[in-house]
Design a protein around this ligand. Structure first.
Ligand SMILES: Cc1cc2nc3c(=O)[nH]c(=O)nc-3n(C[C@H](O)[C@H](O)[C@H](O)COP(=O)(O)OP(=O)(O)OC[C@H]3O[C@@H](n4cnc5c(N)ncnc54)[C@H](O)[C@@H]3O)c2cc1C
Length: 172
């Protein structure tokens, strides 16, 4: 199966990786740079159960597990870490300590308080987003996927996609 993936962000990179495990013939087209957009600038924050009660809950849970599996398989290449997540409030104008509900960690500034614990090491984690995206794409490339940088697709889609034209090459 031949697959063209438009965009070398985290979505394109991870699709490329998982398809490469299935021996698909994968080409990723990226017009600017891998992880150049949201995927390189995000918080890289992962939560197990923040979609509970929505149709996305099973997907979020599976994604959280999969991140741990990938971090272990790739030996922590993108800085995966479990962490406690706190909601913090700070004010330069009024003292907030009366509203403090939880003991602050020692690194927190003195004019800030912990409003709420959002997650524990069992339920929240973080990756370096650009390193994760690049790591997934590198792993896909090691398994045969190809990256076409500086290419922007001109999909010929009437009535179904019949081919693809980029500035320097054509695939049909
Ligand atoms: C400030 C910020 C913080 C965030 N924090 C988190 C977080 O903590 N946790 C979380 O889960 N999510 C977070 N997100 C959301 C997350 O970053 C995005 O959902 C995710 O990165 C989207 O990935 P993507 O691959 O779909 O898109 P993108 O990362 O935007 O990648 C799209 C790629 O496609 C390329 N492209 C576009 N058009 C073309 C074209 N015509 N031809 C070729 N290439 C093209 C672009 O150059 C780009 O590289 C955050 C987002 C932002 C902005």
């Amino acid at each position: 199966m031949r697959v063209l993936i438009c965009g070398g962000g985290v979505i394109g990179a991870t699709i490329a990786y998982f398809l490469s495990l299935k021996q698909a013939d994968v080409v990723v087209i990226e017009r600017t740079g891998v992880a150049c957009a949201a995927s390189g600038k995000s918080g890289g924050f992962l939560a197990l159960d923040w979609c509970e009660g929505s149709p996305l809950a099973p997907l979020a849970r599976r994604s959280f597990e999969l991140h741990a599996e990938l971090a272990s398989a790739f030996d922590g290449k993108w800085g995966y870490r479990r962490l406690e997540t706190l909601s913090v409030v700070a004010s330069a104008r009024r003292p907030l300590h009366a509203a403090s509900r939880l003991a602050p960690p020692e690194w927190l500034a003195r004019d800030a308080i912990v409003h709420q614990r959002l997650g524990t090491r069992a339920t929240t984690a973080q990756v370096h987003p650009a390193q994760f995206t690049r790591g997934m794409l590198d792993a896909a490339i090691e398994r045969g996927a190809r990256l076409r940088p500086d290419a922007s697709p001109d999909l010929r889609a009437a009535p179904t996609v019949a081919g693809f034209r980029a500035s320097s090459w054509t695939a049909t």
